[in-house]
Every structure is written in C-alpha cells, then in structure tokens.
Design a protein around this ligand. Sequence first.
Ligand code: ADP
Ligand code: MG
Length: 243
Amino acid sequence: SVEAGSLLSVRGLTKYFGSFAACNGIDLSIAPGEIHALLGENGAGKSTLVKMLFGVLQPNAGDIVWGGSSVSIGSPGEARALGIGMVFQHFSLFEALTVAENIALSLDPRIPLAKIAEEAASLSKAYGLPLDPNSHVADLSVGERQRIEIVRALLQNPKLIILDEPTSVLTPQEADRLFETLFKLKAEGRSVLYISHRLEEVQRICDRATVLRHGKVTGACDPKQETPASLARMMVGADVAAV
Ligand code: ADP
Ligand code: MG
C-alpha cells in the first residue's frame, strides 16, 4: 500500500536494460521534509531508479505516486513541472558559457538573462552556495559547478531535490557546506533524496535510508539507529558479517 502523507511513493518500479533488471520491483516512500538516503554499492541500481523519477528513463513496470496521484514522468521537463529537481552525478554544463547562460538553457527563453543572474545570485546567497552568475564555467572548480546545478534546481522551487553521489566530487569542506544547504532545504519542508555509498555521511545527515542491492530493496531504516556493520550487511549481503 502507498504510505499516507508521503510526498512520493514508488511501488514495484522496474527497469530492464535488455534482459537485465537494473531495478527490480522497488518500493520506496519519501515524506515531506525528509532527507532520505538511497544507499547501495556501485551497480545497485541507484542512478537508474532516480533517472526514472526525473523522467530520464521510463520504467517497464511499477507506479510512481506523487502528492497522492499516480503520475507518469515522461521527461525532465515534466519532472521539474511536478516539483522534482535533480543534481546529476555528471554535470551537463557548457564550459564557454557563463553560470547564468547555462541556467538559462533549462528555462523559458523569454526570461531575461539579467533576471536569471539576479535570482541565481540571490538563491546562491540564501542557500550558502557561493557563485558568481557572470563567471565562465571553464574557470570554475567541480564544487562550484555542482552549485550551479543545485541553484538551477532551486530556481524551479522544487518539493523534492534528488542528488546523485554529490560528495564524490567534493572536498570535505565543500561537503560540509552542502550538508548545511540540505538541512536548510529540510527546514523549509522540502524533501531530499540523497544517493550515496558512504555510510558515515548517510548516518550523519539522513532521516531514513532505503538500501538497494542488485536492483532490489534490502532494507529501509533510520540510519542513525543502525551500526555501520548492519548497514553494510544490507548493502553487500549477509556474508559480510563473517568478515
Ligand atoms: P548505481 O547508480 O547504483 O551504481 P546504476 O543504476 O548506474 O547503479 O546501474 C545499475 C546496473 O545497471 C549496473 O549493472 C549498470 O551497469 C546497469 N546499467 C545502467 N545503465 C545502463 C544502460 N543505459 N544500459 C545498460 N545497462 C545499464
Ligand atoms: Mg550511480
């Protein structure tokens, strides 16, 4: 059954690549204001799952329930219109363009660039993501590039923000800054779906965790109530307990 009061529920979500099920009957619910981890080893199906939630991939089976209604999410534009934003693991930014010009590419072309730059600057300040909208992407660090993607998502006022392994490209200081941003989003009642394979950061920042292995859910828990060993067991299988 779909959990009452959840912002997003998926039931039986399945994605095949040929005859291989990258996601195989996944159930997951996210509450408003929750930082929800999607935890799993490389190849577990995490990115495939969130690409279905952002309309990049179409499921072969299963339901996505958003705000109480069953939806089909045909494209990233449809996901954004529903209130879902995403920060991908690999950014799609044009090096020769400025921050504001890059952001403009995913918005209505009638919006003046100066207005986009102004809103991007104000969001970056409000959410602790320092960024000059007029700088060229080619001159920016990978951490700054990620901030562009976060600001781009925030411009659409999302109810849910999905981040796919965001700290894999960040310094520890940048990661701490990102966590502060996520706590602010949570305090505003927005939900965060946070993909990671790093147990310690999931335990530190997430309210709940859904653990995937080989395309299936192997556990759903409050990560703060788990030990690193119990989380690792859900991620890699019972045999790890013997190691
Ligand atoms: P994770 O993000 O958890 O590391 P992915 O969702 O990226 O895992 O991948 C899950 C599995 O699906 C992996 O075995 C991967 O090789 C496979 N896979 C992902 N995308 C494709 C694709 N476009 N075509 C074929 N296989 C894919
Ligand atoms: Mg991935």
